[in-house]
Design a protein around this ligand. Structure first.
Ligand code: DP6
Length: 424
């Protein structure tokens, strides 16, 4: 190894990448190997547009660094956890030679064993909101380290490394519609993500996330699925009998852009996942009254129209992810959501509906007065009093299916100062 330059740090090499998060429409819940993170069933997800929800990660290497360090949203975190160590070890094992003529850097693959990295990661959405930040985070970490260390593996192999950070992260290595094949091998080599279709295959879907206000301390996915595997008989029936059929049906629905089947399967699978949580001892309650209300409203609307307008799905928390069949339906969906869950009185509409705000315009919602004037949806007119629940939703994010990880070549986008090796 040789290096050039002087100053406070010897040379620094750095890579910045951006990765999306994903929402499972056929859920992963339960591991057969907790260390390698091998699941008990296949799962399928939709990658969400990173313009609205993503993690950006800068990874740097310098001979001046004395240990591996990481900062998440500006705060240093410990890398001692086995999951970070697994990802770093697996990537280092596959590192290649790196040449940077300009900086006079010539690294051989063995050099990576003793060089340390500094990592800075930033989510463009609140980490605490329960929006699969670990999926985007580990996908981005592995993708960026792979580029820095000149790893020659394809995204499938990288997905099996990201999987060892967090199971759902493997699906964030691809855009569009993604399957995580559970695999059979005890080593986990065949437990990888594959892309079923790109984000352009079905690009009129609109996704609206309701970030539901919650004081409740949630059970982590890791702890929850451990307890389910130990105690839920429904989970074992689900993984053996139900999911394999649903995976085939979901693949067909995606291939044919068959929204009715897609929506029915998505809702049924979310509901079964939460039934498994109830069937766990002690039972786990991820959804709250607001989540249940949203399910009721969506079911009532679908029934009233006589056709699926919207799919709903909930991960390990109360937030609703709603998928509308097209933009026109999405504007009707947003009208309904803002009718039932208007912003608290002193709120601006533009800070209550985030992401792709063009849906607001299409729904004719330009200002708070338009929200106040929304009529009750026709499906509730006759029988149910039209109660509104201001404050029960913190905010909405409008988004769509999106692309997989990308490199950000613009130096301005990097999160680490090349002079100091720590976050800007
Ligand atoms: C409900 O991937 O967060 O979101 O592998 O233990 O890190 P670990 O769990 P994680 O679990 C995600 C569970 C889920 C369903 C899904 O994304 O498939």
């Amino acid at each position: 190894m040789s290096s050039s330059g002087g100053g406070p740090l010897e040379w620094v090499l750095m890579v910045t990448a951006r990765s999306p998060t994903n929402i499972a429409v056929i859920k992963y819940w339960g591991k057969r190997d907790e260390t390698l993170i091998l699941p008990i069933n296949d799962s399928i997800s939709v990658t969400l547009d990173p313009d609205h929800l993503c993690t950006t990660t800068t990874v740097t290497v310098s001979p001046s660094f004395t240990s591996d360090r990481m900062w998440l949203n500006g705060k240093e975190i410990s890398l001692c956890g086995g999951r970070y160590q697994s990802c770093l070890r697996e990537i280092r094992m596959r590192a290649g030679d790196v040449e940077d003529e300009e900086k006079g850097i010539h690294l051989r693959k063995e050099d990576w064993e003793r060089l340390h990295v500094h990592i800075a990661s930033y989510n463009n959405f609140p980490t605490a909101a329960g929006l699969a930040s670990s999926a985007a985070g580990f996908a981005c970490l592995v993708f960026a380290l792979g580029k820095l260390m000149n790893v020659k593996e394809d995204n499938g192999k990288l997905s099996s490394i990201a999987r060892q950070g967090s199971g759902s992260a493997c699906r964030s290595l691809y855009g569009g519609f993604v399957k995580w094949a559970m695999g059979n091998d005890a080593s986990g080599c065949d437990s990888i993500a594959v892309q079923l279709a790109s984000e352009t295959h079905w690009d009129n879907l609109v996704i609206i996330i309701a970030v539901v206000s919650s004081q409740q301390k949630e059970t982590s996915s890791t702890a929850g699925m451990h307890d389910s595997v130990e105690t839920s008989t429904l989970l074992h029936h689900r993984s053996k009998e139900v999911v394999p059929k649903r995976i085939l049906q979901m693949e067909e629905a995606i291939k044919n852009r068959d929204f009715a089947s897609f929506a029915k399967l998505t809702c049924a699978d979310s509901n079964q996942f939460h039934a498994v949580c109830l069937d766990t001892c002690p039972p786990i309650f991820y959804m709250n009254d607001t989540s249940h209300r949203i399910i009721n409203y969506m079911e009532r609307w679908n029934r009233f129209e006589g056709a699926q307008q919207v799919a709903y799905t909930f991960d390990a928390g109360p937030n609703a992810v709603l998928i509308a069949r097209d933009r026109k339906t999405a504007s009707h969906l947003l009208q309904r959501l803002l009718f039932y869950f208007p912003p608290p009185a002193d709120n601006e509409l533009t800070s209550y509906v985030l992401g792709d705000k063009s849906i607001l315009e299409e729904a004719g919602l330009h200002a708070m007065k338009d929200v106040e004037a929304l009529p009750p949806p026709p499906e509730i007119k006759d029988n149910v009093p039209s109660k509104r629940y201001a404050g029960d939703v913190s905010y909405f994010i409008c988004t769509r299916p999106g692309r997989g990880p990308i490199l950000l070549t613009d130096e301005d986008k990097s999160l680490i100062d090349p002079k100091t090796g720590i976050p800007k």
